[in-house]
Design a protein around this ligand. Structure first.
Ligand SMILES: Nc1ncnc2c1ncn2[C@@H]1O[C@H](COP(=O)(O)OP(=O)(O)OP(=O)(O)O)[C@@H](O)[C@H]1O
Ligand SMILES: [Mg+2]
Length: 576
């Protein structure tokens, strides 16, 4: 039911096509259940009982044509049924994937840390496909087969009445519930197995995507064999679950067929005893066959639905997430932000133990503040709280006196430019990568930003200049070049608050000097939070916060801290 409830809204925009598909299905169903046996009987009667040969050839041709005619009707209706069903199905798949993708955009960063991207890929691509294929098979069969069954039963009732043969009908009626038993027994297993099949396929995708990302490590640590073995094991696990699913799925059909054929055998004996004439027997037999076959197909479709259910649960896991970090219902209107940032007794933990312990501090608008401290002290965590990548468990962060939770997420992030430790560039041109800072920027502005970020020279050095496509993960650029493009983005964004997580990786002295130069221009007049490792950067900042073990243990200028904070002095001496 939940599957249908979630699925129905996606189908709604295509309800016309869906109704037409059902109508075509009804026609196809009726043509085989009612039409074909009916015409068969008419044709056989005209041909085999016409011992005096009284019918004209034209009449006979007409009668004979009834059979192909009913097949043609069935064929055309079948075609439209399947075409339209596919149309609806693929549209639903499209919207379902879109919804899932849009849902992912709303999820907090913590979600992506807990869940593997490969598994998410698999849920969005293969689970949705499973849902689509299975539900469309179900929908196509569910609208056709019941009518074949009704048509067939209708015809059997009619014939029974005409021939005063109720036993034939009764026998059939008895057949229906018996045929349902295997389906009922198997359906439960199928749903369970389908979930396992999809989950193991997720693991396969996960390993594959990890392997692709780690291609350098795989080669440098000679992990090829190990990786291949693991992939093989995962494939085998998937294979095993798949075969378990097949084992149950494929049992339904022969079981149902065997039951049906036993009934057919009994009907031979019965027909002989009752002196039922040949063409009546053939027509009733055909009606019986088509009805039983339709029932079998319908039940197979029910099995498909069970499989869809298994996949649906995995998709629904994503759909059902309520994002924890959202905009307030009535956000504060933002005109211009000065950029005063205040932390008030902020405590934050990723898991159980707090990483930031009741921090309070204030950064004046328009000033630069450096965060220093040993690795793991909580510097990156501190700056990630400002754009609400995570929400603190207690305490409050205010910008210009307003709690950051009172701004809409969009307004808040619009006013913060972030240059992360390892910036990601999209597989697009350099110009478009810089343009992320301001989608409306013209080429002049982009060039200006690149110049300010000391990136202009190397960009112009490329054959295609700003139109150079950087490649996946920007592997064609050096670490320093990537950083400078990220800085250019930040320049272009021109947000009042700038957050920088300075890369620890050693850059060559020329790159380093250029980045320093770029930073000088970039931080001018902005409120800057910078996790800095280089004292050349740190010294330029008006305030320095010293972090240790999730606490701010000291605050001051470089000169003040050198004399008052042993940890700071130690860090400084280590670098010079
Ligand atoms: N996403 C996360 N999930 C769980 N724990 C995390 C996560 N990110 C960081 N931590 C933990 O929080 C603590 C602080 O990490 P943080 O990244 O803030 O340190 P840092 O001061 O920036 O260190 P570095 O100078 O090495 O970048 C560390 O103990 C780290 O293991
Ligand atoms: Mg860090």
């Amino acid at each position: 039911m939940k599957l249908i409830r979630t699925y129905a809204p996606y189908l709604k925009p295509h309800s016309r096509a869906f109704i037409l598909a059902i109508l075509a299905g009804v026609i196809a169903g009726a043509a085989s259940g009612l039409g074909i046996p009916f015409f068969t009987q008419k044709v056989f009667k005209a041909i085999f009982e016409n011992t005096e040969r009284i019918y004209s050839t034209w009449y006979l041709i007409g009668v004979a044509a009834l059979l192909p005619a009913s097949f043609v009707v069935r064929g055309i209706a079948d075609y439209f049924n399947q075409y339209l069903m596919s149309y609806c199905g693929i549209n639903v798949l499209r919207s379902l994937r879109q919804t899932l993708f849009d849902k992912l955009q709303t999820l907090p960063i913590a979600y992506f840390e807990k869940n593997h991207s490969g598994d998410m890929l698999s849920r969005i691509l293969t689970d949705t496909t499973q849902i689509q294929t299975s539900t469309m098979i179900f929908a196509a069969e569910a609208c056709r087969q019941p009518f074949t069954v009704i048509g067939g039963i209708g015809y059997l009732v009619y014939m029974s009445y005409q021939q005063k043969e109720s036993l034939f009908l009764l026998m059939f009626m008895g057949l229906v519930p018996v045929m349902l038993i295997p389906v009922k027994l198997i359906g439960r297993h199928l749903k369970h197995r389908s979930r396992q099949v999809q989950a193991t396929l997720g693991e396969v995708t996960e390993h594959l995507s990890e392997n692709l990302h780690a291609n350098v490590e795989v080669r440098s640590f000679n992990l090829q064999r190990k990786q291949s073995l693991k992939f093989g094991n995962l494939l085998y696990k998937h294979f095993n679950f798949f075969m378990k699913q097949v084992k149950y799925e494929k049992l339904t059909q022969p079981l149902m067929e065997n039951i049906a054929v036993i009934v057919l055998a009994i009907s031979f004996v019965y027909a002989y005893k009752q002196h039922i004439d040949f063409n009546t027997f053939i027509a009733m037999g055909m009606a019986l066959y088509f009805t039983a076959d339709a029932l079998k197909r319908f039940m197979k479709a029910v099995n498909e639905l069970q499989k869809a259910q298994g996949a649906f649960e995995r998709v629904d896991d994503i759909l059902a997430i309520q994002p924890e970090i959202t905009s307030p219902e009535t956000p504060v209107k933002v005109k211009k932000i000065d950029g005063n940032i205040r932390f008030e007794e902020v405590t934050f933990a990723y898991g159980d133990s707090p990483v930031l312990k009741s921090l309070s501090t204030e950064i004046q608008a328009g000033t630069a503040c450096a965060l220093v401290g040993p690795s793991g002290a909580g510097k990156s965590t501190f700056i990630k709280l400002v754009p609400r990548f995570y929400d603190s468990q207690s305490g409050c962060i205010r910008i210009d006196g307003t709690s950051i939770k009172d701004f809409s997420l969009e307004d808040l992030r619009e006013n913060i430019a972030i240059v992360p430790q390892a910036p990601i560039l999209f597989n697009d041109t350099i110009a478009n990568n810089i343009r992320l800072g301001d989608p409306n920027a013209n080429m002049d502005q982009i060039v200006r930003a690149a110049k300010a970020a000391q990136a202009y020279d190397f960009i112009e050095g490329f054959e295609e200049g700003f139109e150079t496509v950087v490649g996946e993960n920007a592997t064609r650029l050096s670490g320093g070049q990537r950083q400078r493009i990220a800085l250019a983005r930040a320049f272009l964004k021109a947000a009042p608050i700038l957050i920088l997580d300075e890369a620890t990786s050693a850059l060559d002295s020329e790159s380093e000097a250029k980045i320093q130069l770029a930073l000088d221009t970039l931080i001018e007049g902005k409120t800057v939070l910078i996790v800095a490792h280089r004292f050349s950067t740190i010294k330029k900042c008006k305030t320095i916060l010293v972090f240790d073990g999730g606490e701010i243990i000291a605050r001051g200028t470089h000169d003040e801290l050198i004399s008052s904070c042993p940890l700071y002095k130690q860090l400084y001496e280590r670098q010079i």
